[in-house]
Design a protein around this ligand. Structure first.
Ligand SMILES: [Zn+2]
Length: 156
């Protein structure tokens, strides 16, 4: 154990549901929720809520807020509707997929009147924001799917 060296305080998230401090868990540990290794996770065992850390983060910085089952499902759905838009934007504008994703999430934040998520990631959104974001994207997709002649009906 290294001693006598000043150490920056490490980020230590609290559970967003019960406010108890989350526990950093690694694959194979008892509270680790997955059988496979999905990298270290901040976990609240009581709430069955967790969040990953930034890849290669040496300080175990969480990706966002802890997510329970409902929020994990909503983030999955949001990612599923957002990712094709990011891919399309990347092809159309010749930008990187990372840039396209950040622009996508910025658009989503505006559409649902939420602050631009920290680090431009969906992991800081809560369940309500995810639901509204999915609805906003579905609405846009319906518009895109319309024939031009029908676009007069759009609700701007
Ligand atoms: Zn909790």
């Amino acid at each position: 154990m290294r001693v006598g060296r000043p150490v920056r305080p490490l980020p230590h998230p609290d559970c967003d549901y019960c406010d108890a401090p989350a526990t950093l868990a690694r694959a194979g540990e008892e509270i680790y929720p997955y059988r496979d290794d999905h990298g270290p996770l901040w976990v609240c065992a009581d709430c069955q809520a967790w969040i990953g850390i930034f890849p290669r983060s040496t300080r175990n910085v969480p990706l966002g807020r802890l997510a329970d089952a409902r929020l994990r499902e909503l983030k999955g759905r949001l990612h599923a509707v957002l990712e094709p838009l990011a891919q399309a934007k990347m092809r159309r504008d010749g930008c990187s997929v990372y840039e396209a994703r950040v622009k996508g999430i910025r658009w989503v934040a505006q559409a649902i009147d939420a602050p631009f998520p920290e680090k431009g990631s969906i992991h800081s959104l809560d369940a309500d924001q995810c639901e509204r974001a999915i609805a906003a994207i579905e609405k846009i997709e319906q518009k895109i799917g319309m024939h031009p002649s029908e676009s007069a009906e759009d609700d701007r």
